[in-house]
Ligand binder design. Structure first.
Ligand SMILES: N[C@@H](CCC(=O)N[C@@H](CS)C(=O)NCC(=O)O)C(=O)O
Length: 258
């Protein structure tokens, strides 16, 4: 019996998390059956620590637990036969893994910090996103724990006006690097087809791009403060931005159940 044939996997997420979207996109793209279990912030820790994890996403698949988005994608690719989101060719695979790691370590934290800096004052928008699909008692508790959640986010991600500014500068710089990479007319970041390098870029850039088809819970572009909207429109109007939007429209099929 292969891992694909055991009971459907469970993907533990927070509704608004972009690393969760990375894992969700990979499972959808590979058509690996799963059920999503979204939790509100803070309360997610009950579900993740029970499964030897901490942050989201966590994938529970049969007797196995994967507590990092990259480990989830690697596992899903392998049980789906391999050579799908990671090329079998060793040189291409190394290039894909290097880019994925850079996006995980840099792009993801910087888009998140800048987006939270814009959205933390927008309690209503944030609460709406954070409660989508979560158990009813978590949704009911969210207004009570919201001040604590906002403080924790601000302190743990070290959000200040200066750090948010540095983060968006870093995002612009990463986008410029992608613009240059795409400058030779290539359609994907590595090789001739879609890989986890493309997926990870598009998923972790989503908080600054508001792509149609983004499956994380997120406010609409029209609802957010004008300064956030203006920056998103500027980033959309780059080769890297257009590339991520194209990946959302062409490669983001499938759906999760929660
Ligand atoms: N390296 C991890 C990062 C995941 C991560 O930072 N998740 C955030 C949400 S986007 C989170 O769970 N934060 C709350 C926590 O750490 O408890 C991965 O790729 O899965």
């Amino acid at each position: 019996m292969t891992d694909r044939s055991v009971a459907p996997a469970i993907l533990i997420t927070m509704p608004h998390s972009h690393y969760s979207e990375k894992a969700r996109w990979a499972l959808d793209w590979l058509a690996l059956p799963y059920r999503e279990e979204p939790h509100a912030p803070l309360m997610h820790r009950l579900a993740t620590t029970r499964n030897s994890g901490g942050s989201v996403p966590v994938l529970v698949h049969g007797s196995k637990r994967f507590v990092d988005s990259t480990d989830i994608v690697v596992h899903a690719d392998a049980v789906s036969g391999g050579d799908l989101l990671y090329p079998r060719d060793a040189t291409l695979r190394r290039e894909v893994e290097t880019l994925e790691e850079q996006f995980d370590d840099e792009l993801g934290p910087h888009t998140r910090r800048w987006a939270y800096a814009q959205l933390l004052p927008e309690t209503h928008l944030l609460r709406k996103a954070m409660s989508r699909g979560v158990p009813w008692f978590e949704a009911r508790s969210l207004p009570v724990v919201m001040p604590l959640v906002r403080n924790l986010i601000r302190t743990s991600l070290r959000i200040t006006p200066e750090s948010a500014h540095r983060s968006i500068e870093r995002v612009r710089c990463i986008f410029q690097g992608i613009d240059e990479r795409l400058g030779d007319g290539r359609r994907f970041l590595v090789g001739e087809r879609f890989t986890t390098a493309d997926l990870t870029f598009a998923a972790l850039a989503a908080p600054v791009l508001f792509p149609a088809g983004y499956r994380a819970a997120y406010p609409a572009l029209a609802e957010v403060p004008a300064s956030m909207r203006d920056e998103a429109l500027r980033l959309r109007d780059t080769d890297a931005g257009r590339f991520a939007l194209r990946l959302y429209s062409q490669e983001r099929g499938g759906s999760s159940t929660w």
